[in-house]
Design a protein around this ligand. Structure first.
Ligand code: GDP
Ligand code: MG
Length: 423
């Protein structure tokens, strides 16, 4: 059974929280794209954890976790993340963590390059997390990347690195005017943070193919959401990787296998970190209240997230791009303070109503059409059955289901593992 857990919106929908919940009976959880620009917050009986690189199944002792070839991995960050988890009592060994030999290493010069470019852009910046993600994916496709498997062959790695660094300095030093990257520093960094990781590196595609052939249960965990997908999202304000479910078998190293199930994680309202068009965006006090109610500050960066009402146009598109079979609606409890619930039901541009999610300049010019649904105005965080929800909350869930054209099977009403309703 191959199940993907993916984001319907701009990210931060609560994927980590749902993977932590739904991985109870899984054998394996795989992260298949992205890097440490992810921030997945998991609250369970073991405590509160923020995961950037590690799959959210790492908190379940019975689950094997895989970091797939579609990922970009900052070794220094990984070492610190492992350390933090171990301090929190989580046991991690090559038995429950496997890292693809084809995953790409995010090096300190990628982080440097990311910052240099954002600074150069000034007010026109992309809103990068400055963690080197765009430069390292760029290098992957330019075929100048260093991969995890290279760590197993240090001599060949040094030889290759020499050429790559010569090339990289053309940009870092000659174009941006920053200090030259020093080979010995890069080697020292790779030794310091790469050596402790070596024992986890293997052919994870083969491992997963064998597991799938044995009918073991594999869950694929996405980072970010459909609207940040490099192809389908709000380019160029996207991430640099494929966040959609269809990429999961590729980013996991089993491109010949098909997903059995796609569960889309959809938030009861909208949030967006960084730059780019965000049609449903609210401002002023209304926004501040929602941001506070939802604790909308980035897990990876601490940045205040932009907020808005639920966006029907964007979410319907997200459902379609993910090919979602069913949805988990998260953070419904956050809306409990509202007398009426704002919903962006369509967009408008030059007096014309838009129902299909537009791209590019059309999207940038789109204005939201807001309607209001009745609120419920009471605490729902203790509800565990759909019928326990106030009528207005039930109506809201049913409305969203209809609006995006996909059944909602889980409703999350709190950050804790058991704070959910099965519909
Ligand atoms: P991810 O990136 O999709 O994994 O989501 P994040 O972890 O970045 O953001 C979701 C945040 O909402 C986290 O702080 C979660 O602990 C929290 N959360 C998840 N589900 C719920 C929910 O149903 N209600 C509330 N109040 N918080 C939730
Ligand atoms: Mg997040």
């Amino acid at each position: 059974m191959l199940t993907a857990i993916v984001g319907i919106n701009w990210g931060d929908e609560g994927k980590g929280r749902m993977v932590d919940l739904l991985s109870e009976n899984e054998d394996i959880v795989v992260r298949y794209q992205g890097g440490n620009n992810a921030g997945h917050t998991v609250v369970n009986p073991r405590g509160k954890f923020i995961l950037n690189l590690l799959p959210s199944g790492i908190l379940r002792p019975n689950v094997v976790n895989v970091m797939g070839n579609g990922m970009v991995i900052d070794l220094e960050h990984l070492c610190h993340e492992l350390e933090r988890l171990r301090e929190g009592g989580v046991a991690i060994t090559p038995d429950n963590l496997k890292i693809s030999d084809k995953a790409v290493i995010c090096l300190p010069y990628h982080v440097l390059q990311d910052g240099l470019e954002e600074d150069r852009l000034g007010d026109a910046k992309y809103g990068s997390t400055r963690r080197g993600i765009a430069p390292v994916y760029g290098d992957k496709y330019l075929k100048k990347a260093i991969r995890m498997g290279d760590l197993l062959y240090p001599d060949q790695l040094e030889h290759r690195l020499e050429h790559v660094i010569d090339w990289k300095n053309l940009m870092i030093h000659k174009a941006y005017g920053a200090q030259e990257i020093q080979m010995d520093q890069v080697i020292a960094w790779l030794r310091k943070f790469g050596d402790p990781i070596r024992e986890y590196i293997c052919d994870t595609g083969r491992y997963l193919a064998e597991a799938a052939d044995e009918d073991r249960r594999i869950m694929f965990e996405a980072q970010l959401g459909a609207l940040r997908d490099i192809d389908m999202g709000i380019y160029p304000y996207t991430s640099s990787s494929s966040t959609i479910a269809a990429y999961a078998p590729i980013g996991a190293g089993i491109p010949g296998y098909q997903l059995d199930q796609v569960i889309g994680i959809m938030k009861a309202y909208s949030t967006c970190v960084g730059e780019g068009p965000f049609t449903a965006e609210m401002s002023g006090e209304e926004a501040e209240e929602l941001r506070k109610a939802g604790g909308e500050y980035g897990a990876a960066t601490g940045r205040p997230r932009r907020v808005g009402g639920f966006d029907v146009v964007a979410s319907r598109y997200g459902v379609e791009m993910q090919g979602a079979d069913e949805l988990a609606l998260t953070k419904l409890d956050v809306l409990s303070y509202l007398d009426q619930i704002p919903v962006c039901v369509a967009y408008e541009r030059n007096g014309e109503r838009i129902d299909r999610f537009p791209v590019g300049y059309e999207l940038e010019q789109a204005k939201p059409i807001y309607e209001y649904l009745p609120g419920w105005n009471c605490d729902i965080s203790g509800c565990r059955e759909f019928i326990e929800l106030p009528k207005a909350a039930q109506d809201y869930v049913n409305y969203l289901e209809q609006a995006v054209g996909c059944p909602i099977t889980y409703i999350s009403v709190g950050a804790q593992r058991d704070a959910y309703i099965m519909k």
